[in-house]
Design a protein around this ligand. Structure first.
Ligand SMILES: [Zn+2]
Length: 132
């Protein structure tokens, strides 16, 4: 118990979001507005860094931003106008849900699909989390 409390205290002293940025960071989205569309030019790079299926990431973004969109030459095209920070926030949210391990906070995780469920498995600490 004591050790856990110490750990909690130590964690609370670390500024939010800095735990995992030491050796892993998701590239910032390069966002370009074109008419009524918003294009994330380095979308493929972002997905590759997270080691996640671009289709899965884009589906999440379409849902979160409530707009349709498509992928084109490694870019993500959104049918709506969005500021860069909005896109960045949503990608962070994706990472929180489908990338970072809840136990150790590392990004060394695998996302496996089984039927309609996803299992997030951590390669670092072995923790498993089931996602819908
Ligand atoms: Zn872990």
């Amino acid at each position: 118990m004591e050790y856990e409390e110490l750990l909690k205290m130590a964690k609370s002293r670390i500024p939010k979001g800095s735990e995992t940025t030491e050796r892993f960071s998701i590239p910032k989205p390069v966002v370009v507005q074109s008419g009524k569309q918003t294009i994330v030019q380095n979308f493929n790079e972002i997905c590759k860094t997270m080691r996640r299926d671009a289709k899965h990431v884009s589906k999440f973004l379409f849902k979160e931003l409530a707009v349709p969109g498509s992928m084109k030459d490694g870019s993500l095209v959104l049918q709506g106008k969005f500021r860069k920070d909005i896109i960045e926030k949503r990608i962070d949210e994706y990472a929180k849900n489908f990338l970072y391990c809840l136990e150790c906070g590392k990004a060394d995780t695998n996302l496996q699909k089984t039927d309609r469920m996803y299992t997030l498995k951590c390669e670092s600490c072995g923790a498993k989390k089931t996602l819908k």
